[in-house]
Design a protein around this ligand. Structure first.
Ligand code: SF4
Length: 292
């Protein structure tokens, strides 16, 4: 098994922007319940359950636009708890991706899931389907924050899942959020440090937004939750970015990607900005300008 600090070939390709992702959204599928802040159907704009037929059509459409001589094409199942979907349905989708991988038309298969939906049996199956990368929604390493936001798992579940994923030698991504219900700057810093100890290949950092039809929306309307302002969110993320960069952990996303329509219709409050990453890096630059 490679060492946790050894960069992978895949990782070098990421840095050189050689990857082209073919996203297949499976909004909320497999999720045992609704986390307080989440409405994937609003975030992704995808409302229907994707079938194997749909997956094939999406892959073909994307492949027709990708120069596979220049880029590695990877199919990504995002937007739900993939490994908690009924195994038969999981495999229907994975088999489509596997067919394209075996034909050499795509080079990787990735998926996102929950920390409590990882087991040896699940990972054995993912290996047999040639999945290359697993991304875990961690969101916080503070149990009180996880509980307040109805995540349904603990920080210990994250540790167990990461240990197993590493044992099976999958590439690993971790997601964290800032500004959750019951969260604080200190808790965000604690979470970032804990994630660094887990040595992921990359992380994503999302400021919490308030979407319609979520428990967080109800809390917000009742005056029991106040989202971070854009300035507060950027100021919270800046030190996290420094920590991850000092640990040489790539941040592949800073700020949630929301479709324009969904932002207009369903995003009610919170620090959304399409160029959030730039705002955070402006703060970092001002605090520690580079020598010229
Ligand atoms: S945050 Fe993840 S686990 Fe929670 S409801 Fe949304 S997709 Fe499901």
């Amino acid at each position: 098994m490679r060492s946790r600090t050894q960069p992978t070939r895949r990782w070098k390709d990421w840095q050189m922007k050689k990857f082209k992702i073919i996203p297949i959204f499976v909004p909320h599928r497999g999720c045992p319940h609704q986390c307080s802040f989440c409405n994937q159907r609003h975030i992704t704009g995808a409302a229907c359950d994707v079938t194997a037929h749909d997956a094939r059509q999406i892959i073909e459409k994307y492949l027709s636009t990708i120069d596979t001589n220049k880029h590695r094409a990877e199919v990504a199942f995002y937007g739900g708890s993939f490994t908690a979907i009924d195994p038969g349905q999981q495999n229907e989708l994975l088999d489509v991706a596997l067919e394209y991988k075996n034909a050499g038309k795509i080079q990787g298969i990735r998926l996102s899931t929950r920390p409590d939906a990882i087991s040896c049996e699940i990972l054995d199956n993912l290996k047999s389907k040639k999945v290359t990368e697993i991304e875990l929604g961690v969101q916080s390493m503070c149990d009180d924050v996880l509980l307040a936001n109805k995540r349904g798992h603990t920080a210990a579940d994250v540790q167990r899942a990461v240990d197993l994923i590493r044992e099976y030698d999958f590439s690993l991504g971790l997601q964290m959020m800032v500004g959750l219900l019951g969260d604080s700057m200190e808790k965000s810093l604690y979470t970032a440090k804990k994630l660094i100890e887990l040595s992921p290949d990359f992380v994503r950092i999302y400021p919490t937004l308030v979407f319609r039809d979520t428990d967080l929306y109800d809390e917000y309307v009742a005056g029991r939750y106040a989202p971070l302002t854009l300035e507060q969110a950027a100021q919270t993320c800046a030190p996290l970015v420094r920590l991850f960069e000092q640990a040489s952990i790539k941040i592949i996303r800073l700020g949630l990607l929301v479709t324009e329509d969904e932002a207009k219709e369903n995003l009610v409050a919170g620090p959304y900005h399409p160029r959030f990453r730039e705002i955070v890096y402006d703060i970092i630059e001002k605090d520690s300008p580079r020598c010229i």
